[in-house]
Design a protein around this ligand. Structure first.
Ligand code: C2E
Ligand code: CA
Ligand code: CA
Length: 645
């Protein structure tokens, strides 16, 4: 509504301004034309007077009339020859002046012989051309109908130049009526023309503004409403007064492997895919739902009227189902996943901005937990007040060295030797005790603090390693990198400097990255990881099997190792498909020349199975839990003693 007012006001401003301009233009043109019409009408009247007066009087008078006083007989004669014919043409009054300014003849006989302004009369005669003047009213006090006086220099007798001045008064009313009727027609035509011009302009501008308005609200690729349009729809739909007691939902959808498709099949196919996704989404929604593309591979759905809160599960299910069907991209069948975050109205917010933010939190959670769909939950929201307080605490915790590292050994299955350790961070919180990474690492990832955590871990791991090296222990240590770390262009430099400062060779450091981390921006990740590899740092693909890895990326990544996700290892004893995944991953690693690590080895059976499958390395509670450095030292010593025994 407000938008349409805004748009209208733009158009309104244009119409008002142009209307004003048209009026000014009309006024000016009207005035100019009116002046010309008036001038022409007066000139016509003058011509009439000149023609009527000059020729008539010139013929009637002779030289003797300008000498002395005209006698009564001659006066009657002149009345007949001059005044009477003129009166019939509408002339009110006629007079003839001599050169000395005295009246030689007048139809008002009483004036004859009187003298008015001699110089003026002389001047008018000498000029030799007629002159016109608006006269006063005909009444004695200047009121009454106005007149037009015309002075015409005339030649009387044998004179070669004008020697008398003829003056006639014409009534102004007929001239004024002429002017009025002419200007009325003109004004009408002018107004009509300008109105038509304005109408045409208005139509053009209104159409253009409508088009601009639509374009500003439309996603060009899919034709769906864009973010701005979604906000507008949100304002209309969630406006407080319009929805007492009603519920709604905002669903945020992020495609899981879009970037990969775009990179491997090209942007054209990427665009095609987005259009296809838009179509499928449209097909499963009701007409009252607003589907928008927010940019990239992110779509949003505003469900205005939710029969009940649980209905979102049904909608999300339909969306998942629609997107699960493979997409045909230039003959290649591409399977795509989606993560859906849901925020409810009014439970999670009563304006679109809040709902969007919360749906985004839920979507991130859906992605992180790999559950596909997730509804907003305040407890996991890094932006909820409780969480924000924790973030603030985490900031100081890093500076106060409240973080601690625990180390979990990895065992080479064939030899039983310790292949290295994985450094896992914990937070020794002053009030809450020892916090597991799940309680603060995702939070740090969402709030940009993860870089600081990673730097702390890097520094702590390398200084620990320096200690081990000083004690004659060469122990490769692995740290975990988050997505933001991998995409951080300074990562390689930071790690390089830390290695130099601690005098640790690159080959003793390993970085574990998860598949999804790489898939967020494969090109940049590959570049960043390549630089680490160049320093001798080992690279390991964490949680393998959980994510969306494609073999093409696996081949292009500069890897040394893959770690089978612990869920498969823990399930391999009881679940055939888990066992199959473990088996094929080991084969895959071997074929690609990569070392394979099995995480989550909790039992002797699992260890034996992995040994039978020729898995390279095992890690898990069954061998050792993650331990503080001092405990690890004791564990290593005890293990060395038992192997020796
Ligand atoms: P991860 O990288 O997969 O680390 C292995 C996790 O599995 C550790 O949990 C470890 O304690 C647990 N684990 C090891 N063996 C077993 C087993 O036999 N059974 C079971 N059930 N669990 C086992 P933790 O330490 O709680 O870490 C959880 C996750 O937090 C890590 O998963 C990693 O993704 C993240 N994380 C930990 N430390 C860091 C860090 O310094 N930086 C970053 N970015 N992430 C970290
Ligand atoms: Ca790890
Ligand atoms: Ca792992």
């Amino acid at each position: 509504m407000r938008r349409s007012i805004q748009r209208l006001s733009l158009l309104g401003r244009f119409s008002l301004l142009s209307l004003l301009l048209m009026c000014v233009l009309g006024g000016v043109v009207g005035m100019v034309l009116h002046g010309r019409i008036e001038h022409r009408a007066l000139a016509d009247a003058e011509r009439l007077a000149v023609a009527a007066a000059a020729t008539g009087s010139q013929a009637a008078l002779d030289q003797s009339d300008l000498v002395g006083q005209i006698g009564p007989a001659r006066m009657l004669e002149l009345d007949k020859k001059i005044a009477q014919p003129l009166a019939s043409t509408g002339v009110i009054r006629s007079k003839i002046y001599k050169l000395d300014g005295s009246v030689a003849y007048s139809d008002d006989h009483g004036e004859i012989g009187t003298t008015t302004n001699a110089d003026e009369v002389r001047g008018l005669i000498d000029q030799g051309i007629p002159k016109r003047e608006m006269g006063r009213g005909t009444g004695d006090d200047g009121t009454g109908p106005r007149t037009l006086s015309v002075y015409v220099p005339i030649r009387v007798g044998a004179a070669t130049s004008p020697n008398a001045l003829f003056e006639v008064y014409l009534p102004y009313a007929p001239v004024a009526a002429d002017i009025r009727s002419d200007t009325q027609i003109l004004y009408l035509l002018l107004a009509l023309g300008l109105a038509m011009l304005w109408g045409a302009l208005f139509r053009i501008v209104s159409r253009a503004s409508g088009k601009l308005h639509r374009q500003a609200r439309e996603d060009h690729l899919t034709g769906l409403p864009n973010r701005a349009a979604l906000h507008a729809a949100g304002r209309d739909a969630l406006g407080s007064s319009s929805r007492p007691g009603r519920t709604g939902a905002l669903l945020l959808i992020d495609l899981d492997r879009f970037k990969e498709v775009n990179d491997t099949l090209g942007h054209d196919q990427g665009d095609h895919l987005l259009r296809e996704v838009a179509q499928r989404l449209r097909d499963v929604l009701r007409p009252s739902d607003v589907l928008a593309r927010l940019g990239g591979d992110e779509f949003a759905i505003l469900v205005r009227d939710l029969p009940e809160r649980s209905a979102t599960a049904d909608i999300a299910g339909r969306i998942e189902h629609a997107l699960r069907r493979p997409f045909d991209l230039a003959g290649v069948a591409v399977e795509l996943g989606a993560s859906i975050g849901i925020a409810l109205y009014p439970d999670h917010g009563d304006d679109l901005t809040t709902l969007l933010r919360r749906a985004d939190v839920a979507m991130y959670e859906a992605k992180r937990a790999r559950v596909g769909v997730c509804t907003y939950d305040r407890a996991t929201d890094p932006y909820s007040p409780e969480r924000l307080a924790l973030v603030a605490e985490l900031r100081t915790a890093i500076d106060n060295d409240e973080l601690v590292l625990h180390f979990q050994p990895k065992i080479e299955i064939e030899t039983g030797a310790v292949a290295g350790v994985e450094a896992l961070v914990r937070w020794q919180h002053p009030e809450r005790g020892l916090l597991a990474p799940i309680e603060f690492v995702p939070l740090a990832e969402r709030t940009g603090l993860i870089g600081a955590v990673t730097r702390w871990v890097l520094q702590a791991a390398l200084s620990q390693q320096r200690e081990w090296m000083a004690a004659g222990l060469e122990m490769p240590v692995a740290i975990n990198l988050s997505g933001a770390d991998v995409l951080d262009t300074t990562l390689a430099e930071v790690i390089g400097n830390a290695l130099v400062e601690n005098a640790v060779p690159g080959r003793l450091l390993e970085c574990e990255i998860s598949e999804d981390t790489v898939l967020a921006d494969p090109r940049r990740a590959i570049e960043s990881l390549g630089r680490l590899r160049a320093m001798g740092v080992k690279l390991s693909l964490d949680d393998f099997g959980q994510g969306q890895s494609s073999l093409s990326y696996l081949k292009r990544l500069p890897l040394d190792e893959i770690k089978i996700d612990r869920s498969f290892v823990m399930g391999m004893g009881s679940d055939d498909s888990d066992a199959a995944i473990v088996r094929t991953t080991i084969d895959l690693g071997r074929n690609l020349g990569l070392k394979v690590v099995a995480e989550g080895v909790e039992t002797d059976e699992a260890y034996a199975d992995l040994a039978a499958l020729h898995c390279d390395v095992a890690q898990g509670f069954g061998l050792s839990r993650p331990l503080p450095a001092a405990d690890l030292r004791r564990w290593l010593d005890a293990r060395a003693a038992s192997v020796a025994a």
